[in-house]
Design a protein around this ligand. Structure first.
Ligand code: PHE
Length: 374
């Protein structure tokens, strides 16, 4: 594309008919044509960059007027003086008009920005959006606080876990039917049977073994964290959820300690007047194993169409039990000396009970209408 074609694109409504500037035989008429065309274009230019292009096009080294001056040599001596004077005058005229237009353009753009930037100090401010903690975070903290108040520490562990800790160390060997209790998401899906299989932890219980391996009793910790299961979702099941694990190991710890600790927890979370109930349950890593329920705080056990306890008067809130001797042996503890208890609960379920949430899927649907309520 010829250079001047480029320049022409720059100038809105350009009417100059020059393509390649060339040395022409100048005449008074040609000079007047240039002034007329240049002035008309100048009026329509609105910004400084385009004004500069205009300057190059008419007054530049290869500009239209410069070409006229260079062409003076080719005309009759008698005409040269008059045409030369005209051309010089034209140059001054165009330079003056350019200066004036630059001044106008600057003034206009200043006006525009003054208007745009004008500050109305009387305008009321926009309130800043305030975020808040996710309901799961809130309830996890509340649960942990209740145990911290009873002398427990808080630790966290990996969400991607070895089969070894998630199952083996918890007395769930390969091929054991109890593995079916945890629908597992294998990371190394092709070969879950291989020696060092990896998975997304199905519960926080692997931290029982990790904590015991890394320290000596007495131990009192709670472990909050995310868990994952290969699960079809419904109102009470998510494929990803939280658990809070608890672990206490020491000399002379009995089932009475388990009961006392969890009773105190239930009262802190659900109210002073709470009653608790234990029933036998099976988890391979505890013996005896139980599930713990609280009496229904919604209907107080009246059982007349209660949505929360389904009229049973009781609500199951966690699994628990005395740590199985095989688990203690596995981490190298002396089972004659040490005993302990463990428990595990789902904070989303606790929150659902506490706040009357009817579907666990609300927690991770990222719907602000739900989240803003907490
Ligand atoms: N880990 C068990 C589960 O996910 C819960 C549990 C923890 C039970 C500790 C007993 C002791 O179902």
């Amino acid at each position: 594309m010829p250079r001047d074609q480029n320049l022409r694109d720059y100038i809105p409504g350009g009417i100059l008919s020059l393509t390649e500037p060339s040395i022409q035989r100048p005449s008074a008429q040609s000079i007047e044509d240039i002034i007329a065309a240049a002035s008309a274009e100048l009026e329509s230019i609105q910004d400084l960059a385009a004004l500069d292009q205009w300057r190059v096009l008419y007054l530049g080294r290869r500009g239209a007027l410069t070409m006229v001056l260079r062409g003076l040599a080719s005309i009759e001596v008698s005409e040269r003086k008059a045409v030369g004077a005209l051309a010089n005058q034209a140059k001054t005229t165009l330079e003056d008009r350019l200066k004036e237009r630059v001044r106008q353009v600057n003034e206009e753009s200043l006006k525009i920005s003054e208007n745009r930037d004008r500050l109305d100090v009387t305008l009321p401010g926009r309130p800043a959006l305030k975020g808040s903690l996710h309901p799961t975070t809130q309830i996890v903290r509340e649960i942990c606080d209740a145990f911290v108040a009873m002398g427990f520490g808080v630790v966290e562990g990996p969400e991607v876990e070895w089969d070894h800790y998630n199952f083996e160390m918890l007395n769930i060997p390969k091929g054991h039917p109890a593995r079916d209790m945890w629908n597992t998401l294998w990371v190394d899906y092709d070969d879950p049977e291989k020696e060092k299989a990896m998975l997304l932890r199905t519960h926080t219980s692997p931290m029982q073994a990790r904590v015991m391996e890394s320290r000596e009793p007495p131990i009192r910790v709670v472990v909050p964290g995310k868990c994952y299961r290969y699960e079809a979702t419904d109102a009470t099941h998510e494929w990803h959820f939280y658990q809070v694990e608890g672990l206490a190991v020491g000399e002379g710890i009995t089932f009475a300690d388990l009961k006392g600790t969890l009773y105190e927890f239930a009262r802190r979370m659900f109210g002073e007047e709470r009653k608790i109930r234990f029933r036998c349950d099976y988890f391979p890593f505890v013996e005896p194993g139980v599930d713990m329920s609280i009496d229904c705080f919604a209907c107080q056990g009246d059982g007349d169409g209660c949505r929360i306890c389904r009229d049973s008067g009781w609500i199951e809130i966690m699994g628990a039990g005395m740590i199985h001797p095989r688990v203690l042996e596995g981490v190298g503890y002396d089972v004659e000396k040490y005993t302990g208890f463990a428990f595990g609960m789902g904070p989303e379920r606790i929150a659902m009970l506490k706040y009357g949430i009817d579907d666990i899927r609300h927690f991770y649907a990222n719907d602000l209408r739900f989240l803003r309520q907490f």
